[in-house]
Structure formats: C-alpha cells, structure tokens
Design a protein around this ligand. Structure first.
Ligand SMILES: [Zn+2]
Length: 525
C-alpha cells in the first residue's frame, strides 16, 4: 500500500478563540496538503484541539462551567467553524478528550514506564502557567513595569511560580546524544535553518529529564499506574499525531500514515516538537517524523498576535471583506514562510486590488469576454503558433516546475511567486498581441483564434496551479473555461501534466461568470 503524505497543524489550545495566527498555520498546512493532492498523491491532513491542562481548567472555572463543557463550547462555536471560514480541507479533527486519544496515550505512557523510561522523582523549578512548562533559568528575564524586580517568562512577560512537586520523569537526558546523531543524519528534520540551529544549540547543552506528570490539579489524562497524577499536557498533546493516525488501535492505518511527513508549528513550540517528541518516540521505538517546520510569528503593529495583548484578529474579520481565497493567498504570498511577517489592512487591500482583482481576475474576465464576443463563446481552435505563443507556453511550463519545486522546499511564497510569472506573462501577451485590434481585420480571424486559445490555455494552467490556494476562484475559472466536460474535474488534473500546452478542447463552451475577485466596497475609500 502506498504511503500517505501526512501533514499536521499543531492541535490548538481551546483556552483561546482562534485568531489569524492560528489560521495562518492552518492555511499553510492546508496549502501543502492540497498541493500534494493536486499531484494525485494520497494525503492525510490532521488538525484538532488540545483540551487538557491547568489553563483550560482555570478558564472554565472562571466561566462557571466544567472544563469539558468549556472545551465542547469552544470546539463547536470557534475551532470547528474557523476551518470552514478559511476553507481548510483536513481529513480528521482530533480532540484530546476523545477516548480514541485518551486510551492510546495511557498505553503509550504505560509502555514507557514498563520499559524503565519513566521514574519517580522530585522536581523544583520555575513554572510558567501560560506556557504550562517549567522554564530553564535561561528562559527567564527581568520583569518590567508592574513586574519589575521579578523573574518573568521571556515569551509571556509574566511572573513564573517556583514550584516543587513529586512526580514522574521521562529519562530524556539519555537521549541527548541520540538526538544529536539523528539531527546530524537528517539535516532536513528541523526547518528552516534558523530553527535547526536553535534546536541544535539547545540540545548540545545537554537535556534534562522531563517531568511528565502533575498532581496539583486533575484536568488531564490519568497516569495509568498512579491515579493521583495526570499526564503533563504537552506529552498528552504531542501524542495526538500518533493516536489520530491509528497508533495502538488501527495498525493498517498507522502503517499507511506514519511517520508524519511534516509537522507544521509556530516557532514558539519548536522545542516540544523537535526535541521532546522525537525523544518520546525513540523511547517507544516508534519511527520519527520526517520534518518539523517552524514558521515565524504574525505581527500586527509590530507585536506578536495574541488575544491577551488585544492584537488578536478573528479570521472572519478579514474573510468577510476579502473572501477566504484572498485570505489564503495573502498570507501565503506576502510572508516568506519561516520568517516573521506583518499583517496590515492596507497591505491586504493593496494586494487584493493589484494581484487578484487586476492581475488574475481581470485576465480571466477579459479572455472569457472576448471569446464570447468574437467566437460566440465557443473556444476557437488555434492556428499556427508564433514565437509569442511558444514563449507563453514556456513560461507556463517553467511556472509549473518552479512552483512544484518550491512546495518541496516548503516555500509557499516562492511557489506563488512562480505561478505569478504566468499571470504577468499572460497579461503581457494580451497587451502585446492586442486581440481587440486583430479582431477588426476579418483576414486575421485565425490569428485572433490563436491568441484567445493561448490565453485560455494560460488560464487553464493557472486554475490547476492555484487550486491549492484559492479553491473557490479556481472552481469558477475552470467552469468558465468549459474545462470540466473536456478534461474532467479540476482536482483530478495532475500538477506534473499541467504545463503540457494545448489541452483545452476547441469548441468548449466558455462563459463569463461573476468576477473572480469583485471590486471592494471599502469604508472610507
Ligand atoms: Zn510563558
């Protein structure tokens, strides 16, 4: 059985409502999943929610409900709906409170305990409630403002608590050398390079054993051999990638999906995924994922997006104006994936107008309108090709290759830049060939046919290449080209074959539908 291409988002913490930082991660993962599906690969795309831990418990208590009720409410009213808002095509959605997860986590931990990988000990350290993590001294900074004179978490800027507890430890210190060897032999495991360097520097200091249980609160998965403890929420959460894939329950599914090809994460949770997770898997003799890719932070007004800092923007605030396709396109195109990126309303509005409405949308509507006007809406058969058509076809073929290669580098921004060379080339081709002028000369009817057929071919290639990023607009474009009947569904068009010129069938019914990217009605314009 062929191995599935398995990609994941992190599971999102139900303590928060989704903001565009979460949606960015999901859209990037979704784009990669859809691209691989467009290659006609078997793909499995997982997302879900992380529902245990002290923060959820405290938030639920503050809202006067049980943590399970709180999680249910957030999942149903916020986390699942946002997937519709941004057009995510996930194959599964795992919740860490589901039995299929809880039972397998217990088995996994019991397995490590039985193997002697877990021991009982006393832990004393500085704990950040927001991180749900004991912090190393190097992770703490001097507080400022109201926290001046105290040590605060460098991520959250909030004071840490000094805690001491008896709990269970995973012998992670035993994995320092094995992990370093693994990173050495698998240089692509942590990406981008900056993330890899950070992980290497961290592990080279030597790993400490990891406290994997808590006994001060009870919202979590019970430690199977000691019911007075629950499993540390991060250990519970990381295991979602395996439990959802059938670990310990569905061997056939697990064999088909595991190991994961890419775990997409924000850089703030890199160490959990690139250090703790592979160490846990090594301890359990489970193969390691292929890649952990850490993307940068989304900045608004120069600050990391976060609900607590009031910079959180809900995805629907953007999609209500621009639509889900433009949302997806914007974040993947405007930010070099892996780096931090800034969001601004001005920037998305400018790109919408220039690249989507004028660049792509106008191209599609002009070509369809001219085929309607000059050929009664029937795609004309092309005559002999000139250098101009050969050049356009070459740009298309190169765009396909370059975009496909960029996806393998996990560089969506480069993939879209490559696709846009064809948008620009097709617009330039029409400007130079002036079909509206050629149409005035009856003797040049065949030349006119060639120009419009070639323009339609460029649009066909664009529909295939852009389907993973703007599924709604490309479905309309495919329909408009009359391609469904001649070539089959858009999703069935293999990327590798997209650049083969001349696939559209003469006589196909070309229709000018609604604008792919309608003009915006912006307040204050
Ligand atoms: Zn923190």
């Amino acid at each position: 059985m062929p191995q599935a291409f398995y990609v994941t988002t992190p599971i999102y913490y139900v303590n928060d409502a989704p903001h565009i930082g979460h949606a960015y991660t999901t859209v990037a993962t979704d784009f990669i999943a859809r691209w691989h599906r467009q290659r006609q690969e078997d793909v499995w795309f997982l997302t879900g929610t992380d529902e245990h831990g002290e923060k959820v418990l405290r938030t639920a208590q503050a809202n006067g409900v049980t943590p399970q009720e709180w999680a249910d409410r957030l999942v149903e009213t916020a986390w699942k709906p946002v997937l519709q808002t941004i057009d995510a095509s996930n194959d599964d959605f795992i919740r860490t409170t589901e039995d299929r997860h809880v039972e397998r986590v217990k088995e996994f931990i019991q397995h490590l305990y039985d193997k002697g990988e877990i021991f009982e000990g006393t832990y004393e350290g500085y704990y950040c409630v927001a991180c749900e993590e004991y912090k190393q001294p190097g992770d703490l900074v001097e507080g400022t403002g109201e926290y001046a004179g105290q040590l605060v978490c460098s991520i959250h800027g909030r004071p840490v608590e000094k805690l001491s507890e008896t709990n269970y430890f995973f012998r992670m210190s035993a994995y320092t050398e094995r992990l370093l060897d693994f990173y050495e032999q698998n240089p692509g495991f942590v990406q981008p390079e900056s993330a890899r360097n950070e992980v290497l520097a961290f592990v080279r200091q030597g790993l400490q054993d990891l406290s994997i249980s808590r006994s001060t609160f009870d919202w979590g998965i019970t430690v199977p051999w000691d019911e007075s403890h629950i499993i540390y929420v991060w250990v519970d959460a990381l295991l979602n990638y395996a439990t959802a894939a059938g670990y310990g329950a569905d061997e056939e599914k697990f064999a088909r999906t595991w190991p994961a090809d890419i775990h997409f994460v924000g850089k703030d949770i890199l160490r959990f995924h690139a250090v703790i997770w592979p160490a846990m898997l090594m301890a359990a003799d489970v193969p390691l994922p292929q890649k952990v890719f850490a993307h940068g932070w989304l900045l608004v007004g120069g600050e990391k997006m976060s609900k607590s800092k009031l910079t959180g923007i809900a995805p629907a605030q953007i999609t209500d104006t621009f639509g889900s396709d433009a949302f997806r396109y914007y974040f993947l195109r405007a930010i070099a994936f892996g780096n931090d990126g800034s969001f601004s309303w001005e920037d998305i509005a400018a790109r919408y107008q220039a690249e989507l409405a004028n660049g792509l949308g106008n191209l599609a509507s002009r070509v369809a309108a001219m085929i309607g006007r000059y050929f009664d809406g029937a795609l004309p058969a092309p005559g002999p090709q000139t250098d101009a058509e050969t050049a356009l076809a070459a740009v298309a073929a190169k765009a396909v290759q370059d975009a496909d290669a960029a996806v393998d580098r996990v560089a969506p921004h480069e993939a879209l830049a490559a696709v846009w060379t064809l948008v620009d080339a097709a617009n330039g081709y029409i400007t130079e060939q002036q079909p509206w002028a050629v149409a005035k000369d009856e003797a040049q009817h065949e030349r006119l046919a060639t120009i419009l057929y070639s323009s339609a071919e460029a649009l066909r290639v664009l529909a295939v290449l852009l389907n993973p990023v703007m599924p709604k607009a490309t479905a309309k474009l495919w329909e408009s080209l009359g391609a469904e009947k001649a070539l089959g569904t858009l999703s069935a068009q293999p990327v590798a074959d997209a650049g083969r010129w001349g696939q559209l069938v003469a006589g196909a019914e070309v229709t000018k539908g609604d604008a792919l990217f309608p003009r915006l009605e912006l307040n204050g314009d």
